[in-house]
Design a protein. Structure first.
Length: 359
């Protein structure tokens, strides 16, 4: 088994833009951990290597260190070899030097810290529970604790965000000496507080041209400072690409554990029920807690294009794709490298449209 993902859906509060499956029912953490331990026992194969482990969420750092240790030990007992990469997503407000030292001692060797911005006004607007100083301190403490593989998340196209504030956020990230940066364009999802503010006219959506300029600034600045742009939203120093997330883009099989988690075995996609109470109840009573579908060859081919074109490696230019790809190459939206095609910088601006034309 190449990778294992563990979904921890708990958050102290919901961010204004978030529509991921999460809950603020922190009192249910222990029963959820018990359910996860049962799923690990039932689904993770014995005596097979686990290459990567990823604690995602939600906010995994909201768990007690002892709870993380039990989950991690249950997985490590299954694996024949030590995982190459064990990642924990974290909120800056949950981290201090004592906790970070304990996490490092457990074997966590990669942190993904959800910072989003180093501008306090922007952080308040999107409902983050930390400020810029806390974010900087969290990274510094992680480095003091011995972490040398730190990723941070940033968001661009925030309401009232300017090129100046975005540049300050990018340069702060670089100066902190992190090894990996994931950057996402803000999306307005139905039912979120931020979308309600937009619908009420209290904030404005950034125009597409300005979004593209912010993205270009990000790409140019990070690559000029030694980062490899290896996926549309991800940048890493050499040899610091996310091994776990790369498995998603490469169609490598993985197991997803926990409420709302997805799995893929090369043929079948499976997803657990995205309901905390129902997941725990069904897991502890040995009732069915998932749905699944078998992918057709056509579906797998489409997913290969959708995922592969997001990466700097791109996809193979097959005879079947050539008639669709050639006009896009001539327009400067795709480029051919040996036997592959990849999106150009202009192509990345309209990546979803390119994918639609290729499939």
């Amino acid at each position: 088994m190449k990778g294992v993902y563990i979904h921890i859906p708990f958050c102290k509060s919901r961010c204004a833009y978030c529509d991921f499956f999460s809950t603020t029912q922190l009192e249910r953490r222990e029963e959820y951990v018990q359910a996860l331990l049962r799923e690990i026992a039932a689904r993770v194969p014995d005596k097979e290597p686990i290459d990567t482990i990823y604690f995602g969420g939600g906010t995994p750092s909201i768990l007690e260190t002892e709870q993380i240790e039990r989950l991690l030990n249950a997985l490590l007992k299954k694996s024949t070899t030590p995982p190459q990469e064990i990642t924990l997503e974290a909120n800056p407000g949950d981290l201090n030097l004592e906790k970070l030292t304990a996490l490092k001692r457990l074997g966590i060797n990669r942190l993904s810290i959800g910072i989003q911005s180093f501008n306090d006004a922007e952080l308040r607007l999107i409902g983050r529970r930390h400020n810029a100083a806390q974010a900087i301190q969290a990274v510094n403490d992680a480095q003091t604790a011995g972490f040398d593989n730190i990723s941070i998340d940033l968001i661009y196209a925030l309401p009232e965000q300017t090129m100046e504030s975005w540049r300050e956020t990018i340069y702060t990230a670089i100066q902190l000496g992190v090894q990996h940066i994931s950057c996402y364009c803000l999306s307005y999802e139905d039912g979120t507080p931020l979308t309600r503010l937009l619908d009420d006219g209290k904030i404005s959506r950034m125009d597409e041209d300005t979004e593209n300029k912010l993205y270009d600034e990000l790409c140019e600045t990070l690559t000029a400072n030694g980062f490899i742009h290896y996926e549309v939203s991800n940048f890493a120093l050499p040899n610091r690409q996310s091994k776990h997330n790369s498995s998603y883009w490469n169609n490598t099989p993985y197991i997803g554990l926990g409420a709302g988690a997805h799995s893929y075995d090369g043929q079948t996609r499976r997803w657990n029920i995205a309901d905390l109470a129902a997941y725990v109840r069904r897991m502890l009573s040995d009732s069915k807690y998932w749905d699944e579908e078998s992918l057709t060859e056509e579906q797998k081919a489409i997913e290969h294009i959708m995922l592969g074109l997001r990466t700097s490696e791109g996809i193979t230019l097959t005879d079947e794709l050539k008639p669709k790809a050639q006009p896009l190459i001539e327009q400067g939206l795709l480029k051919q490298t040996d036997t592959n095609i990849t999106a150009t910088q202009s192509g990345l601006h309209i990546l979803n449209r390119l994918i639609e034309q290729l499939i």
